[in-house]
Design a protein around this ligand. Structure first.
Ligand SMILES: Nc1ncnc2c1ncn2[C@@H]1O[C@H](COP(=O)(O)OP(=O)(O)OP(=O)(O)O)[C@@H](O)[C@H]1O
Ligand SMILES: [Mg+2]
Length: 211
């Protein structure tokens, strides 16, 4: 294609076509990660319902959603730290090989998983709850064992605090079964239950008679 030379350009000077300038030199980049129709459930709790994401080289993608909506689950599935039940995950165009179906589905090729993982990194959401205790036990621990408060009172207040931070329904699960944000809220409930009340009591004592 021939383009009209800009004003002042000698007619004999080579001019590149504005159309050819828009045509990329190379083929479209292969996505570093492509997720297609990914489904994931924890038992009856369906978390991912057909997620599609394409990440090109150098691209930054933000996952935005309410607490418990499945952001970390998606990242863990992507890292093959969690099994998913349906859909495809491709790394640099290479699809993960699966065996089994639905709840029985797993990566089929350990060597492939190991190879893929060497090219992935993940910063985990931190939590500092006791992993061997339920959420309720975590929140009750300090008032029961350190402050020696009556169990019934401690439990009632712990449940009320968990309700207040929006995770009353998670009282009897273990931290690993909750989202990062839910764990953070459990940690807040534990901190309030274990520390705020004695702090108030000490202030009362320091105030002294007549204060
Ligand atoms: N191992 C598990 N077993 C059962 N349920 C789980 C497990 N891990 C997460 N969940 C549940 O799956 C849902 C999604 O959790 P996920 O950690 O993906 O949420 P999130 O979007 O990362 O939330 P946050 O913003 O609070 O970190 C939540 O309801 C959570 O309670
Ligand atoms: Mg999370």
């Amino acid at each position: 294609m021939t383009a009209t030379p800009p004003a002042g350009t000698p007619a004999s000077a080579p001019v590149s076509s504005p159309v050819s300038a828009c045509v990329p030199d190379t083929e479209p980049a292969t996505p570093v990660i492509a997720i297609r129709d990914l489904h994931k459930a924890y038992g009856a709790l369906v978390v991912l319902k057909g997620v599609d994401i394409t990440a090109l080289p150098g691209q930054t993608i933000a996952l935005i959603g309410s607490s418990g909506s499945g952001k970390s689950t998606l990242l863990r599935c992507c890292n093959l730290l969690e099994d998913s039940q349906q859909g495809d995950i491709l790394f640099d165009g290479e699809p993960v090989a699966w065996r089994g179906q639905g709840a029985m589905r797993q990566p089929a090729d350990r060597a492939q998983v190991a190879r893929i993982r060497t090219n992935l990194s993940m910063v985990f959401q931190s939590f500092n709850l006791w992993s061997h205790m339920t959420v309720l036990q975590n929140v009750m621990e300090a008032p029961l064992t350190v402050l020696k408060q009556p169990r019934a009172t401690v439990e009632a207040r712990a449940r009320a605090l968990l309700d207040k931070v929006g995770i009353g329904d998670k009282a009897d699960v273990y931290p690993a079964q909750m989202s990062g944000g839910q764990q953070q809220r459990a940690a807040i409930a534990r901190a309030v239950h274990g520390a705020a009340r004695p702090a108030v009591r000490r202030a009362d004592q320091r105030a002294g008679p007549g204060a």
